[in-house]
Design a protein around this ligand. Structure first.
Ligand code: SAH
Length: 245
C-alpha cells in the first residue's frame, strides 16, 4: 500500500515544491508515495471566498475559520480515514526522528497548514487534530513545516533510500548525532582524512565512529547525551546482574 499524503493549504502552488525534486521527487514519480493538495479557499461559501476572520476578543491578525477549514478537511479525509490528522503548529508535539518513523510506518498523513495567527481552536478539538511543531521558532505559514515533515517521512518509506541499512546509522537513530564524514581527495589544504578510516580495519573504524558520535553528542547536545546515558543504564540493568563491583 502506498503512503498517502494529503495537504490542506491556502497556497497549493507551494506543492510539491521541493518534495518534487531529488529523493522525494523520484519516489513520488515512482509511486512510492502519493501527494494530493487541497485549496482550503475552494471550500469557502461566501461571495468573497473568505477563509479567515478577526480574532474573538480582539488583538492583531486573523484566524482561520473552523467551518470553512472543516469542510475542506472532511472532503479530503472522512471519519473513516485511518490517517492521522496533523496540524502544523509551533505549539505542537516536537517532530523528532521517533515520531517521523512512527508516521512512516502508517498509511499516510493528512496535513493542515496554518496561516495568519493559526486556526480556530474548535477545529482542533472537533476534528481531533494532532498539532506538530518542527522547532521552537515561528514560521509565517505551515507549508514549509509540512514539507519538512513529509521530507523526513518519505525518505524512510520502503524503497526510497538506496540501501536498506542507510538511515539506520544516521543522526538520532541511536539517540546520538552522527560521526564526521570524509571522502577524496586524501589531502585537502593540508588536512588529511583520519588514518583509521583508510586502514581497512572495520572493527577499528566502527569503534572510531562510535566514539566520535558520542563525543560530538556530549559536546553539542547535552540533552541527547543525558537521554542516551540513561537509556544505556536501563539496558544494562535489564540485561541482568552484571559482575559484582
Ligand atoms: N500565532 C501562532 C503562530 C502562527 S504562525 C503562535 O504564536 O503560536 C502561522 C502558521 O505557521 C501556524 O498556524 C502554523 O501552521 C505554522 N507554523 C509556524 N511555526 C511553526 C512551527 N515551528 N512548526 C510548525 N508549524 C509552524
Amino acid at each position: 500500500m502506498t503512503f498517502r499524503a494529503s495537504v490542506l493549504t491556502l497556497y497549493p502552488e507551494m506543492f510539491p515544491g521541493p518534495l518534487g525534486l531529488s529523493l522525494s521527487g523520484k519516489a513520488l514519480a515512482n509511486g512510492l508515495w502519493s501527494l494530493d493538495v487541497a485549496d482550503i479557499r475552494d471550500f469557502a461559501t461566501d461571495r468573497h471566498r473568505s477563509v479567515d476572520d478577526t480574532p474573538a476578543g480582539g488583538g492583531p491578525g486573523m484566524v482561520m475559520r473552523c467551518d470553512v477549514t472543516a469542510r475542506a478537511l472532511d472532503a479530503v479525509a472522512g471519519p473513516e480515514d485511518p490517517r492521522p490528522r496533523l496540524l502544523m503548529s509551533p505549539r505542537g508535539r516536537p517532530l523528532r526522528q521517533d515520531f517521523v518513523r512512527e508516521l512512516a510506518g502508517g498509511p499516510g498523513v493528512v496535513v493542515l497548514c496554518g496561516r495568519f495567527e493559526g486556526v480556530d481552536e474548535r477545529l482542533i478539538e472537533g476534528r481531533a487534530l494532532t498539532e506538530v511543531s518542527i522547532g521552537d521558532y515561528v514560521l509565517s505559514g505551515g507549508e514549509p513545516a509540512a514539507q519538512v515533515l513529509l521530507d523526513a517521512v518519505v525518505r524512510l518509506l520502503p524503497g526510497v533510500m538506496g540501501k536498506t541499512e542507510s538511515g539506520a546509522e544516521e543522526s538520532f537513530e541511536a539517540g546520538l548525532l552522527e560521526y564526521p564524514h570524509y571522502t577524496r581527495p586524501q589531502v585537502w589544504e593540508g588536512r588529511t582524512i583520519p588514518e583509521v578510516l583508510t586502514s581497512g580495519d572495520h572493527g577499528r573504524i566502527a569503534n572510531w565512529r562510535r566514539r566520535a558520535s558520542e563525543a560530538i553528542t556530549a559536546e553539542r547536545r547535552p540533552d541527547l547525551w543525558a537521554d542516551h546515558r540513561a537509556r544505556e543504564g536501563r539496558e544494562s540493568k535489564a540485561a541482568g546482574p552484571g559482575p559484582r563491583r
